[in-house]
Design a binder for this molecule. Structure first.
Ligand code: SAH
Ligand code: SF4
Ligand code: F3S
Length: 452
């Protein structure tokens, strides 16, 4: 009998990848994607624990689900099967089981492949250990692409222990998948429609593994091997740590045309004192040196980053150092957050927590600068010729939205069959969050694009 499942993901791209894998493990049990959450036979909440606000979403969603269950019971409909997955499940699994009796299943990020066994066992079940190698072995050979752009997890977990961050506790120790498994999964993704693959890892550039030649490969070498597969037009990777940007990876940006000239490289702060308190293990100058090397290797590379304001002990001067680093670098895009104290992390117990009002003021100043840089970057794209991989329809009839090499949203008017295709467009307008382009005729030479 077919049943339907609705999977709702919060948080990072890794959770998006996990959501598709959860769909893959449930499919052999007869579960197909549900049209809506409330009509589904099963609901999976794939949660995020990174900041307090992300965490709150689980409990408010569980409250809403309780009313849906009551409405269903009132009209004689069967109760939905409710599963909580992801990083909150890992961190607070027992508490969820206790606080929310209508939750049937709790599975952590490294144990969701066990869902079918847990469901067959019946009753309320929780599984939150870290059998990460077992998970990837169980999932191997199942991945299919859901569109032209696909995620591929190559590395999971984190040994860096930044003092503000829950990820080392929720995802476990660093684990790298073997190169042969990654290449096999990439081939499957391409065979099922992917043209762009984004390699994922909490510390993706810490990936290392035995290569086909018996030598230990690092990420740069893996990217060279992936670029040789037929059908891969674009490669990306995220998220990287500045300490792991080795020369082989930087040279891949010079040597691999499929590797897109865009890099998300979180720095968090521009103050050496705060970077030390965060246990980032590098100084601001080290970050700037990595950026210089990347720009020498690939002059048109565009950068994105993550910032935290209001870390314990942060002063106005520390915050100015962050603004200086932003001015010195020039970002095409960035994410910035107010520090959120997370239970169990060292920074939560540090003295000198910054007042909420100061956090807000610092965030506003940083975001104004980052927004101005993003607008300048988008406006500088006007007149350039770029490729865009079409991901979905735009708001207006006949309009399409694609992603530029630099991850900008490019809006173009075009024929009906553009979904999943790579088009070439000349950029005519640059706005805060998007570009408008005009499609050039097919066959426009790639050399023109690179020269533009
Ligand atoms: N290396 C990771 C980073 C994950 S968290 C990755 O795979 O993406 C993403 C970003 O959230 C971090 O770079 C940091 O800027 C922010 N973040 C993490 N913990 C935080 C906290 N306690 N408060 C505020 N922001 C936080
Ligand atoms: Fe968290 Fe730091 Fe690890 Fe990134 S590198 S996941 S910020 S502990
Ligand atoms: Fe959130 Fe876990 Fe990703 S805490 S950001 S879902 S690794």
């Amino acid at each position: 009998m077919t049943k339907s499942v609705y999977i709702k993901s919060y948080g990072c791209q890794m959770n998006v990848y996990d959501a598709t894998r959860i769909a893959d493990v449930l499919a052999p049990m007869g579960y197909t994607p549900a049209e809506s959450q409330d009509a589904a036979d099963m609901v999976v909440l794939n949660t995020c624990h990174i900041r307090e606000k992300a965490d709150d979403k689980l409990y408010s969603e569980l409250g809403r689900i309780r009313t849906v269950q009551a409405d269903r019971a009132a009209v004689g409909q069967a109760a939905q099967t409710i599963a909580v997955a992801g990083c909150v499940a890992q961190a607070e699994g027992d508490e969820i089981m206790h606080r929310a009796p209508h939750v049937d299943l709790v599975v952590g990020p490294q144990s969701y492949h066990r869902l079918p066994d847990l469901m067959r066992a019946g009753g309320r079940q929780i599984s939150t250990d870290f059998p990460v190698a077992e998970k990837f072995a169980a999932l191997q050979g199942q991945a299919t692409s859901r569109g032209a752009s696909a995620f591929l997890t190559v590395q999971e977990g984190c040994d860096k222990f930044c003092t503000f961050c829950v990820v080392p506790y929720t995802r476990g120790a660093e684990f790298s998948r073997p190169a042969t498994d990654i290449l096999a999964e990439a081939r499957r993704l391409v065979a099922t429609g992917a043209r762009e693959i984004t390699l994922l890892g909490q510390n993706v550039n810490a990936w290392h593994g035995a290569g086909a030649d018996g030598v230990t490969w690092t990420l740069g070498r893996l990217i060279l091997a992936l670029a040789e597969l037929d059908g891969i037009e674009r490669l990306r990777y995220m998220t990287s740590h500045p300490l792991e940007m080795d020369d082989a990876l930087i040279m891949a940006h010079r040597d691999v045309p499929q590797l897109m000239p865009f890099l998300h490289l979180p720095v968090q702060s521009g103050s050496d004192r705060i970077l030390a308190l965060m246990n980032r293990r590098h100084r601001a100058a080290d970050y700037l040196r990595v950026i210089d090397k990347l720009r020498a290797a690939r002059p048109d590379i565009a950068l994105s980053s993550d910032f935290i304001v209001g870390f314990p002990g942060e002063t106005e001067a520390d915050c100015r150092a962050t603004l200086d680093l932003v001015r010195a670098t020039g970002f095409a895009q960035a994410f910035s957050f107010k520090y959120s104290a997370r239970p169990g992390t060292p920074a939560a117990d540090m003295g000198d927590q910054v007042a909420e009002a100061d956090k807000s003021a610092r965030l506003a100043e940083l975001q104004a600068l980052l927004m101005a840089q993003q607008l300048a970057f988008n406006q500088a794209s006007v007149g350039r010729t770029m490729t865009a991989l079409i991901e979905r329809r735009g708001k207006r009839p006949g309009q399409w939205l694609g992603k530029s090499p630099y991850m900008q949203s490019v809006l173009v008017d075009g024929p009906d069959d553009l979904m999943g295709r790579t088009i070439t467009a000349v950029i005519e307008h640059g706005y805060q969050n998007s570009l408008n382009g005009r499609i050039l005729p097919a066959g426009t030479d790639r050399a023109d694009i690179l020269a533009a």
